[in-house]
Write a protein that binds this ligand. Sequence first.
Ligand code: NAD
Length: 505
Amino acid sequence: MVLKAQAPADGAVLGSFEETPVTEAGQIFENSREAQHSWGALSTVQRLSYLKRFRHVLVDLQEEIADIIAASTGKTKTDALTTEVMGAADALKHVEKEAPSVMSNEKVKTPIHFAGKASYINRKPRGTVLIVSPWNFPFQLAVSPVAEALAAGNTVILKPSEDTPMVGELLRRLSSLFPEHVMQVVMGDADLGEALTSEDPDFIHFTGSVSTGRKIQEKAAQKLIPTILELGGKDAMTVFEDANLQRAAKAAVWGSFHNSGQVCLSTERVFVQAGVYDSFLTEVKQEAAKLRQGKDEDADIGSMTTRRQYEHVKEQVQDALDQGAILETGRAPGDWDDSSLFIEPVILTNIKPSMALWSVETFGPVMPIMAFETEEEAVTLANDTEYGLGGSVFTSDIGRAERFTGRMRTGNMNINEVLVSVANFHLPYGGVKNSGIGKYHGRDGIRSFCIETSVLADKGTEDNEIIWYPNAGKYDLFLDMISNFWGRRRNWKSFIQSYMSLNKF
Ligand code: NAD
């Protein structure tokens, strides 16, 4: 069986790639487990030398990589370079910098009643990690978790999306920079993903849709396999009357139309305070009119990546128009050029909760704009979704921005910015509600790929401990010790006296 890579714009066949037979899943895991012994035995610094070389090769090949990504996804070459190549290089650099300290034993405090002991957290690799990645950022969303997992000493089995097999093949080429079977890239669809999930990975990192995430989580739950799930979103941008309107309008246009809206953190709902609604709409339409679609380096927006996604967006826009939405910018679906996957950016107003695009992830270049009156109403509207990935708020009152952010049930927020919190690798990243479970990026990311052993260590010189046997005669001394240390008033002298008496048993 082969996976065909097709150009999103015109369907031209770009290449054919051998699928990994589902029957090989067991052997792939065996190889991975075997390789993990020596990879995990390397020091963190030794492992990072491979990741550093990986980063250097990635930068040497940046144009070729951007070309492959752009051809595979329909995104512009500049977008491929900035969000995919630069994003992956920065993810690697971050891991190189943080992993040595994250992977060292972390000392924590030891309370006084454990006098003479030390406590620390010891981190080690989980083992073999399965990483399943999507098609919308097929390079960066694969490299970033792979880097964290490998730095922590795991071996990795990566299954990239079957919709972008040329990027999968590229990742397979790059995997040869590591010792054999340390990073195995397999090619295939849901059947292969399911077969791999059934092989009892020690950890699963999944990025993709809510429905697939649920299937993976159900399977993982049966064996108590820990997971990180990075799923969909329905992010809201909230614009208050005191915002820099021009900035907010430009941000909305980039936030909604970047990568043709095929971004998990895409701005899918824009709420604007009533007093500036008309001016904002005018600004946003002017900004949208300046955009140029195409495939060249200077184009702003490329095409959709898959026919399936194109049809989904088309249906949602048609549904909204059928229910009375007003088309402010763009074309009605009947006028779309179905021979390509380009969708002209769409701005819609007169939005109602009954429309699918109110609640269902669009994942396309569509910006619905709605008005609100009060801050309270804005909080309710922005949180009115099953998703909890990200969001943004625009206001010149930083107190209000922080108050608003504090009430958002989302894993990520941007203040007077949009999307980019995910690109700061010092910030942990992940969603809440139906947008996922767990975090990666940041120091938390490397930790997520570790088993953490909490250690309390004693020198072993004393023969007994106050809490060990015998119990006889200790009860009243413990009463004293508790009242004098944890009671209303701390009495050090009495506490030490009871402690010393207990020590004599
Ligand atoms: P998808 O769920 O269809 O596929 C994702 C991956 O899962 C693919 O590699 C696919 O082959 C694999 N897969 C499918 N069924 C499987 C199964 N039963 N077992 C194991 N693997 C299986 O998602 P998609 O269409 O590729 O990606 C788009 C979705 O991803 C959107 O909802 C988007 O919001 C979400 N996404 C989330 C983030 C995030 O960080 N939260 C980032 C990017 C995309």
